[in-house]
Design a protein around this ligand. Structure first.
Ligand SMILES: *Cc1c(COP(=O)(O)O)cnc(C)c1O
Length: 369
């Protein structure tokens, strides 16, 4: 395929040294635990292969993805690493998990039984992670299932459990009582099950303190620059930079409106810059009349609706020498972080990252690239 940069000039720069620095910081914040790398959803949109390569070089030995296909995509890059699949094995896919040495996260007793059967075919119990629900009400063994296992521990004899895990619902809000409740429930579950290493913390969970670290921490978003402690100074480095050239400038003299729906009115002399980024690229439509970008040192607001392939920005206050066709607009950067763009969109940094479009030319920088 032709490099999309030739068509648009829009560039997404991904700093792999920043990813590595973030991995090191997170590891150091949980010194007693192993630090895994969560690389689901194509490495949170940044590209699973380059991210996994960089993390592996930094010493990461355990990776989490959501789907079998995501695990297969990185298996060849890290042939000796532990790769765990959060959504588990779909019925019938167990053989493929075993063939590629993948660890399913066992989210139910049915999954335990299916993985037990796969172990019988293989001649020995196969490694896996047992997930218990302590407050997400999503995946993992329910209270009823735990009662059944506690009454008959032999239900787990056919699987080689490497970790017991659970997942925090509100780790980014340290004062929320559910954090301590989930930790207490996790402790109670551990006491009812055979002794095995444990894992509870995602990115924000790491910052809840050592009580939450156990044996393995599972950061994702913070590796990629999302602030794990919203409201506090961001401890991790920004990773992505999105720049797009001005395609065209429109000088408006008489009253007009800008864009679909005529949601932005212009009365006096106004200059509008149009850039080749749209909601089809993951620049959310909810940023219409709400987002902003930077042109040099000037903060420029998004005016009018975000359309599929274009965004319009008000550059009236920018000198002509700077606001010219071809000038690069900073759409996402250290000055306008994924967290800030997410907040302006009524969303969060996670959705901005995982939505980063396929039409951008991607450039990986840093010694780890
Ligand atoms: C996505 C995910 C993580 C990583 O969460 P972040 O908030 O991105 O650090 C950890 N554990 C589970 C079960 C997940 O689904």
């Amino acid at each position: 395929m032709r490099d999309p940069a030739h068509a648009t000039g829009t560039t997404l720069t991904i700093d792999l040294d920043a990813v590595v620095a973030n991995y090191r910081l997170l590891s150091a914040t949980a010194p007693g635990a192993e630090c895994a790398g969560v690389v689901k959803a194509n490495g949170y949109g940044l590209g699973a292969a380059p991210v996994v390569r960089a993390l592996a070089a930094a010493g990461c030995r355990t990776f989490f993805v959501a789907h079998l296909g995501e695990a297969l995509a990185i298996r060849g890059i890290v042939p000796d690493a532990t790769i765990a699949v959060l959504n588990g094995a779909a019925p019938g896919a167990e053989g493929e998990f075993a063939a590629h040495g993948l660890l399913p996260v066992l989210n139910s007793l049915e999954a335990v039984a299916a993985w037990t059967a796969e172990g019988e075919r293989a001649g020995a119990p196969l490694p896996a992670i047992l997930h218990v629900d302590t407050g997400m009400s999503r995946l993992g063994l329910s209270d009823d299932e735990l009662d059944r296992v506690a009454a008959d521990p032999s239900l787990l004899d056919g699987v080689a459990l490497k970790w017991l895990m659970s997942h925090l619902a509100v780790a980014e809000a340290p004062e929320h009582p559910l954090n301590a409740e989930q930790r207490a429930r996790f402790g109670a579950v551990r006491a009812r099950l055979p002794v095995m290493p444990a894992s509870l913390a995602n990115s924000s969970g790491i910052f809840l303190g050592p009580d939450y670290h156990y044996d393995l921490v599972r950061p994702g978003a913070s590796l990629y620059g999302v602030n794990p402690r919203p409201g506090a100074a961001n401890a991790v480095q920004h990773v992505v930079r999105l720049e797009a050239p001005i395609l065209q400038l429109r000088s408006i003299g008489s009253p007009r409106t800008v864009g679909y729906g005529a949601t932005h009115g212009v009365t006096g002399a106004t200059k509008i810059a149009t850039i080749p980024v749209g909601y089809a690229d993951g620049y959310l439509r909810s940023l219409s009349n709400r987002g902003h970008a930077f042109l040099g040192r000037h903060k420029i607001p998004v005016v009018g609706r975000v359309s599929m392939d274009l965004v319009t920005l008000d550059v009236t206050a920018v000198p002509e020498a700077e606001a010219r066709p071809g000038a690069m607009v900073e759409v996402i950067s250290e000055r306008n972080t994924v967290d800030a763009v997410g907040a302006a969109a009524g969303s969060m940094g996670y959705e901005i990252l995982t939505g980063l479009g396929a039409r951008y030319a991607r450039r990986y920088v840093g010694a780890s690239a």
